[in-house]
Ligand binder design. Structure first.
Ligand SMILES: C[S@@+](CC[C@H](N)C(=O)[O-])C[C@H]1O[C@@H](n2cnc3c(N)ncnc32)[C@H](O)[C@@H]1O
Length: 247
């Protein structure tokens, strides 16, 4: 019989310690390589600022590519994990909320990947995040987000659950609240007969709503792709990489 533990603290020490293992596939060269190439291509000779960089997955790879990278991250335990890795001393991170924390200087790129705009759970907070990105950008600089397209087409009438991973060691189910545009990702990690639960609450939005947030922040849509390889964004795309530019 499987023993189940209670939900783990969001971005606390336990989650931070297991984070890299839980998303090891995102460290694969065929994922991280195109991400870094895409972002490095937008930096020009300026600096990059990552919102919510977590354990440094992208920031450290971009820094190793020769880019001057800074970060704003809310969770000290996630940053502590990053600090154990080679090259972390080259990436200064300010602890704070990406919706309103400022760091000194101007940047040619601000980026926010892996669905993390959705961790801001109100429209106001998401708009503030776009404004904060714009405030850090020099003229001509870009704000890039990578985020899922809500899977509402997979919801028959009356249904609210969409499984996104059912494997031997992990069951992942998204629960949609279509009235409030909320989505809770329920993760059950199973190992040694024990299930660990991690529930991650999000606010989802269509690409058009992000475009409006960008306009409110004074940014213009420059590019939208279905991923880091610049494949076209279509009606079948399950995520998008969008680039807004400061005039
Ligand atoms: C899914 S992880 C992504 C980490 C990293 N960007 C990556 O791709 O591996 C989400 C991260 O966002 C951080 N985060 C969530 N809300 C935040 C906020 N309002 N301000 C700053 N960081 C936040 C969490 O602490 C966590 O490290």
């Amino acid at each position: 019989m499987t023993e189940t533990t209670g939900p783990r603290e969001l971005w606390g020490e336990g989650v931070a310690a297991d984070y890299d293992a839980s998303c090891h596939e995102l460290y694969e060269p065929d994922v991280l390589g195109p991400t870094v190439e895409f972002l490095a291509g937008l930096v020009d000779s300026g600096r990059a600022l990552e919102f919510a960089g977590g354990t440094g997955r992208v920031a450290l790879a971009l820094s190793a590519h020769g880019v001057d990278v800074h970060g704003i991250e809310m969770s000290q335990p996630m940053v502590d994990q990053m600090m154990t890795k080679p090259g972390a001393e080259l990436v200064p991170v300010t602890i704070g909320d990406m919706a309103n924390t400022r760091v000194d200087g101007e940047f040619s790129l601000v980026y926010l990947v892996f669905n993390t705009i959705m961790n801001l759970r109100s429209q106001d907070a998401q708009v503030e995040c776009f404004r904060n990105a714009a405030a850090h950008l020099r003229s001509g600089g870009c704000f890039v987000i990578e985020v899922m397209v809500p899977a509402l087409r997979r919801l028959p009438p009356g249904e609210r659950f969409v499984p996104f991973d059912v494997s031997a060691d992990h069951i992942g189910i998204d629960e949609y609240d279509v009235v409030n545009q909320m989505l809770t990702s329920h993760h059950h990690w199973i190992s040694d007969g024990k299930a660990e639960i991690f529930d991650s609450p999000h606010r989802y939005a269509w690409p058009a709503e992000y475009d409006l947030m960008a306009r409110i922040a004074g940014l213009d849509l420059a590019e939208r792709w279905s991923g880091w390889q610049r494949d076209p964004f279509t009606s079948e795309s399950t995520s998008h990489v969008s680039v807004w530019r400061k005039p």
